[in-house]
Design a protein around this ligand. Structure first.
Ligand SMILES: C[S@@+](CC[C@H](N)C(=O)[O-])C[C@H]1O[C@@H](n2cnc3c(N)ncnc32)[C@H](O)[C@@H]1O
Length: 360
């Protein structure tokens, strides 16, 4: 049975535990707050339900399912086009890492510091997840889920001497990532392909490090996302998810308040995001898969200088001219940057790291 609720994502995780989050509905980059849930249970078979009613309900369910799939396809297309258009300008100004930096809280920093802060983000995430550097225990096979132009893939492959495969929805990113790898002599160590994180083209248990740095917020089906991360992880592998979340809800709250939802909706429109979830929601999902050593932290204070710096680089002469040339999707993304600052300041947006290990 499939039901449609006007609600935020956490409702399904926290308050309707037997329902499974299937998809958030999007339309041309616009996130509507309609979430589809699937119980996985057969239709009610009690005596008062006629066969016709069962059939009608089933058809309604199929209709919603088809609609949710179409919405998910639209979202994927929007994400691919957004990164196809915006990756070159990002690389030009910020380099090959398309993620927040990790800073000492309240430090003042210049652009070169931001690049080292982005590397520090990777190092801090590995440290947080206790990824071993010992020769026999360090990762040998890595997947970079939502790889951008491969900044993490190349860094991790070089650091560990590992093989790394990156996946992205953007053909432009995959091509650029491969070219940068070749330029750095890493073409035998890293490879990139266009593939969906929710349906990864890899066999079960392939990777001993599963890495997702700022791609989880794009996933319309968090259950499927986490399931895929766990599926491709080898026994004993580490899974690291660094992602944007909304604040955890208190026990008395059913959902975010209307103002908060409105702010997140605007951000969703600009960055091709489906409904958000909280860090707690991720932890519950990992627990439901019996993953081990689950750890989570809020790193919002360590990323605070990032968005103000991105805004000032967008307002530079080079930033403005590049934005104009790169098209409407990128311009709209730039216009939404102050909303991210506002979301962090209000304690609504959380920069979360969640790590765990697949049992041996
Ligand atoms: C903000 S970028 C982060 C890139 C990279 N992790 C980094 O830190 O440089 C988000 C990335 O997630 C990818 N992405 C979003 N949804 C995806 C999906 N369903 N499957 C694969 N990649 C996806 C986008 O294509 C993009 O490469």
């Amino acid at each position: 049975m499939v039901a449609v609720f006007k609600s935020a994502a956490h409702v399904c995780f926290l308050h309707l535990p037997k329902y499974q989050f299937a998809a958030a509905s999007v339309s041309g980059g616009t996130t509507r707050k309609r979430i589809t849930f699937s119980t996985g249970y057969p239709l009610s078979q009690d005596r008062s339900t006629s066969r016709l009613q069962v059939r009608q309900a089933s058809l309604r369910g199929m209709h919603v399912d088809v609609e949710a799939k179409m919405d998910a396809e639209k979202l994927k297309k929007g994400i691919a086009e957004f990164y196809d258009q915006s990756s070159e300008i990002w690389e030009d100004i910020w380099g090959d890492h398309m993620h927040h930096g990790f800073y000492d809280p309240s430090s003042t920093v210049s652009l070169s510091d931001h690049r080292s802060a982005q590397i520090r983000m990777i190092e801090e995430a590995l440290k947080f997840a206790l990824v071993s550097e010992e020769p026999l225990k360090k990762p040998k096979s890595i997947v970079d889920v939502g790889c951008g132009i491969g900044g993490s893939s190349r860094y991790l492959a070089s650091k560990y001497g590992a093989e790394c495969t990156g996946i992205t929805l953007s053909p432009v990113q995959a091509k650029r990532a491969q070219a940068l790898a070749a330029a750095q002599g890493l073409e035998n160590k890293v490879s990139f392909e266009v593939a969906d994180a929710l349906n990864q083209p890899f066999p079960d248990g392939k990777f001993d490090l599963v890495w997702s740095l700022e791609s989880g917020e794009h996933m319309p089906d968090k259950t499927k996302f986490v399931n895929e991360l766990a599926r491709v992880a080898a026994p004993g592998a580490t899974i690291i998810i660094v992602t944007w979340c909304h604040r955890d809800l208190s026990s008395s709250e059913q959902s975010l308040n209307p103002e908060e939802k409105k702010l997140l909706d605007k951000i969703c429109d600009a960055y091709y995001l489906p409904a958000w979830c909280s860090t707690d929601d991720y932890v519950k999902l990992l627990q439901s898969l019996s993953l081990q050593d689950i750890k989570a932290a809020d790193w919002s204070e360590y990323v605070a200088p990032f968005w103000p710096a991105v805004i000032s680089s967008a307002l530079s002469w080079k930033g403005i001219t590049s934005l104009i040339l790169s098209g409407w999707k990128t311009i709209r993304g730039a216009m939404a940057m102050p909303l991210m600052v506002e979301g962090y300041k209000k304690g609504l947006i959380k920069f979360a790291i969640i790590a765990c290990r697949k049992p041996e």
